[in-house]
Design a protein around this ligand. Structure first.
Ligand code: NAD
Ligand code: NAG
Length: 363
């Protein structure tokens, strides 16, 4: 059978690079586009190496989603079976200071992508029909339309959830411009599906991705003072920051610190493969799934797990609550388990082990 070809936007980034590796190992052909705004081509080289004999199925183009003519050209010269869309800016604090940058990059970039997918989907069915009519079913014909998308949403669209675990039916809200770009793009996807039922879209709401590939060759590479817990812990462990600031220890949680649902980036990547299979095998319409472990872990529990796996002491500085932070957020994973046949395999010990392996190899 012909290998399926997947376009991955933002594939040089943290989650993208791990997902590209899993795709290659799963037998897909992958075309990555990334403007290398927050990543480098080194990640692509390392993924190619890690994929061994499958490395030859990876092609990279440095493309900005805001450059629509170049996107058009790519879609005219390459056939894709589906698109996984990671590309976007994600620094919450920066989005508060530069909302237009975030709306422009994340939303306009996505609209360009969707428009080009729609145009070329139609073109392809128009040209393809003569050649394939007698050999494939109408279902396959529909597959020729490149209207299949997996989008990186975020648990941030649950805002400050009133209860946990968060199910996909919870009311949506956003607490900052970054979160609003996720919310708006989700709504755009629901609208395009309502307007044209040939679209198939899966919105994946990630909880807190951490860890790295067990080889230690790819991982998250934060610059400056990180916003998220594990990149911060990693910088303390390698001596780039003196201590970890803990924002809030008076929450009504087990030890007073905030509780989140951490998920190993490899589990998260595998969730995308499961989502693709669902896109290819069913008439999904537009659906949303949480990708998390369903377990809540406090800041102090995570630090203890990291200290255990790294043998490093992480000095703490207690600080007040950070505006905008929710107290306790974790996922209901029932829907993804039931419909995608996917479940996270790794716990916080493996997350910390692989995070430290990556950090110590790439200080
Ligand atoms: N890491 C998390 O905690 C988290 C949580 C929830 C959702 N997400 C979402 O998952 C996606 C991937 O996140 P990540 O952690 O891998 O981030 P990342 O910054 O490592 O990767 C994003 C990639 O997109 C690229 N990019 C940005 N704008 C682009 C554009 N206009 N054209 C082409 N490329 C562009 C960047 O260069 C970068 O390589 C993002 O959409 C992010 O919002 C991440
Ligand atoms: C770039 O990536 C790092 C590491 O994942 C992250 O901390 C930072 O917020 C990202 N920056 C932008 C602008 O998305």
């Amino acid at each position: 059978m012909e290998k399926k070809s997947i376009l991955v936007t933002g594939g040089a980034g943290y989650i993208g690079s791990h997902t590209v590796l899993q795709l290659l190992l799963g037998g897909f052909k992958v075309v990555v586009i990334d403007k290398l705004d927050n990543s480098s081509e080194t990640a692509i080289k390392r993924v190619t190496e890690l994929a061994g004999e499958f490395g030859k199925n990876l092609v990279f183009h440095q493309i900005d989603l805001q450059d629509k003519p170049v996107l058009e050209k790519l879609f005219s010269s390459t056939n894709f079976d589906a698109v996984i869309h990671f590309a976007g800016l994600k620094a919450v604090g920066e989005s508060v200071h530069k909302p237009l940058l975030y709306y422009n990059n994340n939303i306009i970039g996505t609209i360009n992508l969707l428009e080009v997918m729609a145009t070329h989907g139609c073109k392809k069915i128009f040209y393809g029909i003569v050649i394939v009519l007698c050999s494939v079913s109408s279902y396959d014909l529909q597959l020729l339309k490149i209207l299949q998308l997996v989008f990186s949403s975020s648990a941030t669209v649950y805002g400050w959830p009133k209860e946990v675990p968060c199910t996909e039916e919870f009311p949506l809200s956003a607490t900052n411009p970054y979160g609003r770009t996720k919310l708006f793009i989700e709504e755009i996807c629901r609208d395009i599906y309502r307007s044209d039922s040939e679209w198939k879209v899966i919105l994946l709401r990630y909880f807190n991705p951490v860890g790295a590939h067990p080889s230690g060759n790819i991982g998250e590479d934060p610059s400056g003072i990180p916003n998220n817990l594990m990149p911060f812990v990693q910088q303390v462990a390698v001596g780039r920051q003196p201590a970890l600031t803990v924002f809030g220890n008076d929450y009504s949680t087990k030890d007073g610190t905030g509780v989140r649902d951490y998920i190993h980036v490899i589990d998260l990547s595998d969730g995308h493969i499961a989502a693709l299979c669902k896109l290819f095998d069913s008439n999904i319409g537009c659906e949303v799934y949480n990708l998390g472990t369903g377990k809540g872990t406090s800041v102090l529990e995570m630090v203890a797990a990291f200290e255990k796996s790294s043998g490093k002491k992480i000095p703490l500085v207690m600080a007040g609550r950070r505006p905008g932070d929710a107290e306790i957020v974790y996922a209901s994973t029932d829907k993804a388990e039931r419909e995608l046949n996917w479940k996270a395999k790794y716990g916080i010990d493996e997350m910390c082990r692989d995070q430290w392996n990556w950090a110590s190899k790439n200080p």
